[in-house]
Design a protein around this ligand. Structure first.
Ligand SMILES: *Cc1c(COP(=O)(O)O)cnc(C)c1O
Length: 367
């Protein structure tokens, strides 16, 4: 296949075409240095510029105040699941966790290794098809921090706004699948983290935006690599960082900036999701799995009339150049992941295909 197709993969996911084309050049020879970006020392001038710009662009995109650090770590969001409680939660202390799906559950499991976990809300009773809010959230009085998952990649739900927490209580978010898909008020958070491979770049880089207080309060009797202060002191270069990934994220930041920043990105994402949701709402053949007021703008999860037709739908989609639509096994059916870099034309093409498939199979489904 010589042409690119529409990639609805949940992650690693589609990257902006402009970024990929620039990367093709820079892998060969970056900044007229005669050396490709992956072949430069992380301590040399050329890569230093790449990394410095990536941090600066991240800061300006999200208006990150000076008392927060921007780190590029490794080990994925999954390593933050343990690194957070390991650093911040002393034995006997409690952390509040909002349980909205598989990723929240994994974070909870790790936190229990280090302290008490109060599951302050959960939608597990309904296979995580909604976001509990208001009086469904029971925070403890003395939690060390509150942790939530802003977008639930598997269940297809997303917090409309960040949950309310008492003043001074650090709010920590796993924003792996909706980071920079919309504006984010960094000052409301103690820490924001994500694996880069959904909205920001390739796999292998974990972006951490962390308030200096949390860095300072972290335990000091941990392995060097597992303390946040190690990485803030060394500007993410205590050891060799994932240089190619940082380069790619930096390029994606520039691409978002050129697009108009997070406000413009949010409008585009809203627009894209509406193309699909509007059709879903009008159809009796397909059924969205998430509650309306909890629906994700990033991962659109839906079912067909039965599993055989779902299989046919997914195979037929691929034949039309629509890839990656199989839903996660815990939800079944289909999932269209339409992160920042996913083009609106792909959403339109998906709806066209959904209509065609419905027309061709309506009768079959009714029998
Ligand atoms: C994909 C995902 C993860 C896992 O990220 P890794 O970088 O693979 O560890 C964690 N949380 C959410 C919300 C995700 O979507």
């Amino acid at each position: 296949m010589s042409e690119r197709i529409f990639n609805f993969s949940a992650g690693p996911a589609v990257l902006p075409e402009k970024v990929l084309r620039q990367a093709q050049q820079d892998v060969w020879n970056i900044a007229d240095s005669g050396i490709g970006v992956m072949e430069h020392s992380h301590r040399g001038k050329v890569f230093d510029k790449v990394a410095t710009e990536a941090v600066a662009d991240c800061r300006s995109l999200a208006n990150i105040p000076d008392n927060y650090h921007v780190l590029f770590l490794q080990g994925g969001a999954s390593s933050q699941f343990f690194m957070i409680p390991m650093n911040l939660l002393k034995e006997g202390q409690t952390a509040d966790y909002l349980n909205t799906g598989s990723w929240s559950k994994k974070a909870i499991k790790e936190a229990k290794l280090f302290g008490n976990v109060n599951v302050a809300s959960t939608s597990e009773d309904a296979n995580f098809n909604y976001i509990p809010t208001g009086d469904k959230v029971n925070l403890s009085d003395d939690a060390r921090y509150v942790h939530f998952t802003s977008n639930n990649t598997i269940a297809g739900t997303e917090y409309a706004t960040e949950p309310d927490v008492p003043a001074g209580r650090p709010l920590i978010v796993d924003a792996s699948s909706d980071i920079f898909s919309r504006p984010i008020d960094v000052q409301k958070y103690g820490m924001i983290y994500c694996g880069a491979q959904k909205n920001l770049g390739p796999s292998g880089v974990t972006l951490v935006i962390i308030h200096d207080d949390l860095v300072q309060q972290g335990r000091e009797d941990l392995p060097t690599m597992l303390q946040y202060r190690t990485h803030t002191k060394a500007g993410s270069m205590y050891n060799t960082p994932p240089t190619m990934g940082i380069y790619m994220i930096g390029q994606v930041f520039k691409w978002i900036q050129e697009y108009g920043g997070l406000e413009a990105m949010a409008e585009y994402n809203q627009d894209k999701a509406e193309v699909i949701y509007d059709f879903l709402d009008s159809s009796e053949f397909y059924r969205g799995t998430a509650e309306h007021d909890s629906r994700s703008l990033m991962n659109i999860t839906f079912r067909g009339p039965n599993e055989d037709l779902e299989k046919e739908f997914i195979a037929g989609a691929l034949a039309k150049g629509l890839s990656g639509l199989k839903g996660h096994r815990s939800v079944g059916g289909m999932r269209a992941s339409i992160y920042n870099a996913f083009p609106k034309a792909g959403c339109v093409a998906l709806v066209e295909y959904m209509k065609e498939f419905e027309m061709a199979n309506k009768g079959v489904a009714a029998v």
